[in-house]
Design a protein. Structure first.
Length: 452
């Protein structure tokens, strides 16, 4: 009689298909031995056809377990108490976790030896084992989902005349050395588990939602869908200078594109949450998880320093001509706002990186506009200066904008805007020409030029 079952020994009275779970459990733990032909109490029964049973065992392990576990398994027929039993000796595998092909890398498909029993692993335990045994970044770890399709990826590659077959997928690190899909493949697959959430707010805070959407699928599809959503709410404002019309969108398209790409390429995908895009009336915020790569500071990125957290994903985006090279995205965003008085902001905190793009066409609160004009407490000279400054910044001004600017009613506005020039007043609807001129000739000429 043999000793009782323990951490490293398992008894099976006869061959059953569940033997594969016991073998997997040992390979995912510290190794062990399965004896077939022995009762649970350790008494030896023996096997009538050891050769046939060994063949069944070997075929079952080859066909049902992944990755290939056979280099760590030895199946022999041994004699115990003058009876033939099957001894399955299992070593700790180097490609853990091993799993049932039919179940995949998820609870119910992965087992590990604990004490004298073999137990299914939790999803958290599976992820931890993958990380511990790979010693690699997220994108190169084995994907827990191996049932992947790549319709979006193939379509996007075909648009760019880039071949994407098994050999290319290995080169691009979508398929690992073990022949299984990596997490990089998962991100680009139609089954990608990461999502992006976009919220459209009314006003400048989060008090009122206008719309919210969650975008799923391949991160390539999410990139396209989120950009199109932002494009729909990115309004265009027209301004005129004489007969010339100038159209300007609220947010520079290049800045939106770069901020969105940055949030996808540089995020930490070990975080299970979603990237966020918050659209307000005066700004758009792109919030990505992970923060800066360890060792870098915020000021480093303004010096053109870039260390990608997902270099293989970045390489694919580069090959697809979605990005140019490391360290250029922030510069592009800043250049897109070069002639704008309102600049983009870049902020980082533990586990988070945020890019804020200001609305170029939204009336931004300035120090001048903060003056308390309620009861018309400011002098006429100050009113004139406010109007001049506003026209300089915006190119033109309406009666309503003047009212809001100086906090006055129609009568005061008429007086303030009256130039003592009946023809000019009649043309612009600014009084009856009877009030004394309140702007100097130089000021009138400056406003006249800007208004035209």
């Amino acid at each position: 009689m043999l000793e009782f079952e323990n951490q490293n020994i398992e008894f099976k009275q006869e061959y059953v298909s569940d033997i594969r779970k016991e073998v997997m459990g040992f390979a995912n733990a510290e190794g062990g031995t399965v004896y077939v032909g022995v009762r649970k109490d350790g008494s030896v029964l023996g096997i009538g056809d050891p050769d046939g049973v060994m063949l069944q065992i070997v075929n079952s392990l080859k066909d049902s377990l992944a990755p290939d576990i056979m280099p760590f398994v030895r199946v022999n027929s041994v004699e115990l108490e003058e009876k033939q039993v099957i001894e399955i000796d299992v070593k700790t595998g180097t490609n853990r976790p091993y799993y049932l092909r039919e179940k995949g890398l998820k609870p119910g498909g992965v087992y590990v030896r604990k004490g004298s029993s073999t137990q299914p692993m939790t999803e958290e335990g599976i992820r931890e084992m993958i990380l511990q045994n790979s010693g690699r970044s997220f994108e190169l770890c084995r994907s827990m989902n191996q049932e992947l399709t790549f319709h979006t990826l193939k379509t996007e590659m075909q648009k760019r005349s880039i071949e994407i077959g098994p050999s290319q997928m290995r080169t691009l690190k979508l398929i690992g050395e073990d022949g299984l899909y990596t997490n990089l493949a998962l991100l680009l697959s139609d089954q990608c588990e990461t999502t992006m959430k976009v919220a459209l707010f009314q006003g400048t805070d989060k008090e009122l939602f206008r719309d919210r959407k969650e975008f799923k699928g391949s991160i390539l599809k999410q990139l396209e869908d989120v950009y199109q959503f932002i494009d729909l709410v990115n309004k265009t404002k027209a301004t005129f200078s004489g007969l010339d019309r100038t159209d300007r969108r609220d947010y520079p398209e290049e800045a939106v594109r770069e901020a969105l790409l940055n949030s996808i390429v540089h995020r930490d995908y070990y975080f299970s949450g979603s990237n966020l895009v918050n659209v307000y009336e005066d700004r758009i915020e792109f919030v990505s998880l992970g923060g800066l790569v360890s060792g870098l500071e915020l000021k480093s990125i303004f010096l053109g320093v870039s260390q990608s957290r997902n270099p293989n994903l970045a390489a694919i985006f580069y090959r697809m001509r979605l990005i140019e090279s490391y360290g250029t995205g922030i510069g592009k965003i800043e250049r897109a706002y070069k002639v704008c008085p309102f600049k983009p902001e870049f902020e980082t905190a533990k586990g988070v990186f945020r890019v804020t793009l200001p609305n170029r066409n939204e009336e931004q609160e300035t120090d001048v506009q903060k003056i308390d004009c309620a009861n018309n407490d400011i002098s006429l000279d100050e009113q004139k200066n406010l109007i001049i400054q506003y026209v300089r910044e915006n190119g033109s001004i309406t009666r309503k904008e003047v009212e809001d600017l100086i906090g006055a009613g129609n009568n005061t506005v008429s007086i303030t805007l009256n130039y003592g020039d009946s023809a000019y007043d009649q043309e612009y609807g600014m009084g009856d020409g009877t009030a004394a001129p309140l702007l100097s000739d130089e000021q009138k000429e400056e406003v006249r030029k800007l208004d035209h």
